[in-house]
Design a protein around this ligand. Structure first.
Ligand code: ZN
Length: 553
């Protein structure tokens, strides 16, 4: 026997009681790693070693000939008695050994073999060629370096910027059915031995897959850490059409669990299948589904790798200098009414810089299409969806702001900065209590003298009752809201026109205050001046929200 067989890379922490389970699972067509899972082995290194090595060890362990290795395995198991769920500390090799060193042991395994070893390998190859009845190949040839290369290629092709990544694995729903069938298979054995067992102690396929893939993915991406929490998620999905029908019997045993939903292609979602499996009795399950599961002819099919970076939030203030520009795209009956919008003009250069897939725009209030926003501008914030780039320096943000400002003379942006999701809510909170300043160009029906309007300058804290304006009634509930005009000032223009400055509580409908909205806003300017008045132009002069923080020019 060669040296490496006497000193396996990982000593499997199996106990004597595991022997019949290992035997049962191997003959049922489980792969070596699934056997470890059902024996609740939580030593990660045991999954990372080549599956052929694990299979050899398992076969040696169950063989009746009491060779040194199974004794060793049993001894090792005894030393970790009651500690099967322990972490890598239970591994017999020095913990400082990097995974790469373990991997190097692999080729030598096919080195010098004695006759009886060769026989064992031949037998083992037959079994390896079979697709595992539980994981459907996922813990066999579907995890390892080729898969890691595929993941690394997908991530690199999309040119994402990231420090670490989290792997997310999506498995076909029928895997739960097969897992359950296999568990019942094991449970029967355990019950005969009166061993207490908990399905929750079985290591999940996802978990084992991640343990195995971490090292190879890190290696292929040049050292990027694969962690459990990260801003960057790499999704791997497997399907297995051959066994899709495995779940179907559950629909008749638990119809409540499978209600059609709008967005799902199939009612057999993983969640629904898990729920149905929790409800079904063992007897009923065994009546409808083979135990152990039937042997599949093919492995799972890996789908395209999906990358997703969490949103980045950008905030600033905008001016709008144009009286024919809506804040958001103006579409009526599927047809565009205006060629652009504030949010599109701001978003386009930002999306390009962050290489994001989309955005959500929000602002502190909004102005009508014909209203300008002057002064320091209106605070806004944008959520950038799936940004491929997430960090821009202050200088780069400044340059981005300039790019936006050069792209159009209809808008201007200042204080552009990256903010947190939490900080964004500061823009919305207490919005109603904030004040806003406006300038309105007023027309009067009756001719006016300079002194006819000066009394308005003395009006302070005027409370208005505003019924929901007719023009917004189609999208807002009918209500009477009280709003306060803190102060006003006038600037006479000619006998039918003057400028009216207003400082108001946010949310005051200015146009309705001026023309009265058929008496729906009281008091109104018509009543105060005792003549019909109308508003010809309106500018927002300031939105007094102290967020986002101003950035010195
Ligand atoms: Zn398996």
């Amino acid at each position: 026997m060669s040296l490496h067989l006497l000193q396996p890379a990982v000593m499997l922490p199996l106990k004597e009681k595991d022997k019949p389970i290992v035997q049962k699972l191997l003959s049922a067509g489980c792969c070596a790693r699934c056997v470890l899972r059902f024996c609740c082995v939580s030593v990660q290194a045991a999954y990372r070693q080549p599956q052929q090595d694990t299979l050899k060890e398992l076969q040696a362990f169950i063989s009746n000939t009491e060779n040194t290795k199974s004794q060793d395995a049993a001894a090792a198991a005894e030393s970790t008695e009651g500690n099967n769920k322990s972490q890598d500390a239970a591994v017999s090799e020095p913990p400082e050994d990097p995974p790469s060193k373990r991997a190097k042991l692999e080729p030598s395994a096919t080195g010098a073999l004695s006759e009886e070893d060769t026989a064992a390998v031949v037998k083992l190859k037959d079994e390896v060629s079979g697709v595992c009845v539980v994981c459907l190949g996922i813990l066999q040839e579907l995890c390892g370096t080729p898969q890691a290369v595929k993941i690394a290629e997908a991530v690199t092709a999309e040119k994402y910027e990231f420090d670490s990544l989290v792997l997310s694995v999506s498995l076909p729903a029928q895997l739960c059915v097969r897992e359950h069938s296999c568990w019942l298979h094991v449970k029967k054995e355990l019950r005969e031995k009166s061993v207490a067992a908990d399905k929750d102690d079985v290591i999940q396929v996802k978990e084992a897959f991640k343990w195995i893939m971490q090292g190879p993915v890190t290696k292929e991406l040049g050292g990027v850490a694969v962690v459990t929490r990260s801003l960057f998620e790499v999704g791997i999905e497997f399907t297995h059409p051959e066994t899709d029908a495995d779940c179907h019997f559950l629909a008749s045993t638990c119809p409540d669990c499978f209600k059609p939903t709008k967005n799902k292609q199939s009612v057999f979602t993983r969640m629904a299948v898990v729920k149905a499996l929790e409800k079904i009795t063992d007897a009923k399950f065994l009546k409808h589904y083979p135990c152990p599961p039937a042997q599949p002819t093919s492995s799972c099919i890996p789908q395209d790798v999906q990358c997703l970076h969490v949103s980045v939030f950008v905030a600033g203030r905008y001016n709008k200098f144009c009286r024919s520009l809506p804040q958001t795209p103006w579409v009526i009956d599927g047809e565009r009414r205006m060629e652009s919008s504030v949010e599109e003009l701001i978003a386009a250069p930002i999306l390009t810089s962050f290489r994001a897939n989309g955005f959500n725009f929000s602002s502190s209030g909004r102005e009508d299409v014909d209203v300008r926003t002057l002064g320091n501008g209106r605070p806004f914030a944008m959520e950038l969806l799936n940004p491929h780039r997430s960090r821009l320096s202050k200088v780069e943000m400044k340059q981005l702001q300039e790019t936006i400002n050069k792209s159009s003379d209809k808008i201007r942006v200042r204080d552009l900065q990256i903010v947190t999701r939490e900080a964004m809510s500061r823009m919305k909170e207490g919005e109603e209590e904030k004040t806003k300043s406006y300038t309105a160009l007023i027309w009067t029906q009756k001719p006016i003298q300079r002194e006819d309007i000066t009394f308005i300058d003395d009006i302070k804290e005027l409370t208005l009752d505003q019924k929901t304006p007719l023009r917004v009634l189609h999208r807002r509930a009918l209500a009477v809201r009280q709003r306060v005009i803190h102060s006003m000032n006038t600037r006479f223009l000619d006998s039918h026109h003057f400028y009216l400055g207003l400082k108001t509580q946010a949310g005051t409908y200015i146009k309705e205050f001026v023309h009265g909205d058929f008496g729906r806003t009281k008091p109104n300017l018509c009543q105060l001046l005792k003549t019909d008045t109308d508003i010809l132009e309106l500018d927002v002069e300031s939105v007094d929200v102290d967020w986002p923080p101003s950035i010195p020019e």
